[in-house]
Design a protein around this ligand. Structure first.
Ligand code: ATP
Ligand code: MG
Length: 398
């Protein structure tokens, strides 16, 4: 079949026993879904997926899709060759001139011969292919340890040739491990937290507490931009924007100043729990890391946990800020996260926050704030934005 063929490696999925089919099926669905409306055809063969796309699908689009899809450890544009020595050499000579080999330098040939009935062994086939390389690029040299270019030939039922394998995200396909709600602020941490849980198979929506005009429209735009950046790793997401100005003011005017952040976090938990449950979520994900700020002590986290019956996941809990920043740079969220617009926690932060709340006391104080009707109202007025698996905002959902 004409068109573009990609060979995809699955990593951890291949360790799955009885459930392997389920994971593979989901991964295939995730890839296809990402590249809609283009048609794609994905088949599997012993630990590999083979994805075929029409000639009209841009290579850059396919590569962005595969690079950001958890469950893929590596992929390469592959070319099917006729299963004979002459056929393989002819195909190599056809593809090499438009590959990275054209830049010259060092190379190696790797032959994986799974079909032992193929007449040449791996070593001999590799030598034949190296000769083909030299016939096109006489100045190139072989370097088996640190080659600049690699030509791989896989001899299975069919024969495939590829150069230049790209690394994938690894992990497991999203939507294989249940649904959760990510608390997404405009900071560095929460986008990374969402990415990490999606990479372990969770399907996530996100929720942002907006305190307009104390936090500006620009802060909301920034969160929407972050949602769009992480969307490809999550397979798209909905962003619930909860107007929480009244809630913040109520806490500020009726609570103890040093407990303001804690009370806000309790209210966030309760609100997120309601919206998560209405949407099938069974866990809440936050970007907290132990002791990073006053509200991220064990006592504070233990208190906020007690405000929800859902499981609270904090994938960054044991990470240093620098490690989190490195991840943020890798996934492309860092530059947006450091834009200056403050989020609402900062605006309403007390000067001397309690770091070691006594759970029962904090709970009583939260109850005394009687926030039920404010939370009801905030949930009623929540706006929803949707992002597709390539990160584009979907404008006309209704
Ligand atoms: P981040 O860098 O993710 O903003 P942070 O270091 O600023 O985190 P906090 O402001 O204490 O830390 O927030 C801790 C976590 O609480 C965030 O990672 C996020 O999951 C959640 N959170 C904080 N503010 C909001 C908000 N306005 N809307 C939604 N979630 C929030
Ligand atoms: Mg923050």
């Amino acid at each position: 079949m004409a068109g573009k063929l990609y060979l995809i490696k699955e990593g951890e999925i291949s360790l799955k026993g009885g459930n392997r089919n389920l994971f593979e099926k989901q991964l295939r669905h995730n890839i296809k879904n990402k590249l809609r409306p283009y048609h794609s055809d994905i088949t599997k063969q012993k630990g590999r997926l083979y994805a075929r796309f029409g000639e009209e699908v841009p290579e850059a689009l396919i590569e962005k899709a595969l690079k950001t899809t958890p469950g893929i450890t590596g992929f390469a544009r592959a070319h099917k060759a006729e299963k004979s020595l002459e056929g393989i050499i002819a195909k190599a000579k056809e593809i090499l001139p438009s590959s990275s080999f054209a830049a010259g330098g060092s190379f190696r040939v790797t032959v994986k011969r799974e079909d032992k009935s193929f007449p040449l062994n791996s070593h001999d086939m590799a030598c034949e292919l190296a000769d083909a390389v030299f016939s096109l690029f006489p100045d190139m040299r072989v370097d088996l340890k640190h080659p600049e270019h690699t030509l791989t030939c896989e001899i299975r039922n069919d024969v495939y040739l590829y150069t230049g394998e790209e690394k994938g995200e690894g992990g497991l396909p999203y939507a294989t491990a249940g649904k959760g709600m990510l608390l997404l602020s405009g900071g560095i941490d929460s986008p990374v937290a969402g990415y990490m849980m999606a990479k372990r198979g969770m399907k996530l929506d996100a929720i942002y507490f907006h305190a307009y005009p104390y936090t500006s429209e620009l802060a909301l735009d920034k969160v929407k931009q972050l949602a769009s950046i992480i969307a490809p790793y999550l397979g798209g997401l909905r962003l619930f924007v909860v107007p929480f100005t009244d809630g913040q003011l109520h806490i500020r005017d009726n609570g103890y100043e040093e407990e303001a952040t804690l009370m806000f976090r309790a209210a966030m938990m309760q609100t997120a729990t309601r919206i998560a449950k209405e949407n099938g979520g069974i866990a809440i994900v936050t970007g907290e890391a132990l002791s990073q700020v006053a509200s991220q002590t064990l006592d504070a986290m233990s208190f906020t946990d007690s405000m929800t019956e859902l499981l609270v996941l904090r994938p960054l809990v044991g990470m240093d800020k620098e490690e989190i920043i490195n991840k943020a740079v890798e996934i492309g969220s860092y530059e947006t996260s450091i834009l200056p617009y403050e989020d609402c926690c900062v605006v309403f932060s007390p000067k001397h926050p309690v770091t070691r709340p006594v759970k029962e006391v904090a709970k009583r104080h939260f109850e005394e704030l009687q926030m039920d009707s404010i939370i009801d109202e905030a949930v009623r007025n929540t706006a929803v934005y949707s992002f597709d698996p390539m990160g584009r905002e979907i404008k006309d959902e209704n």
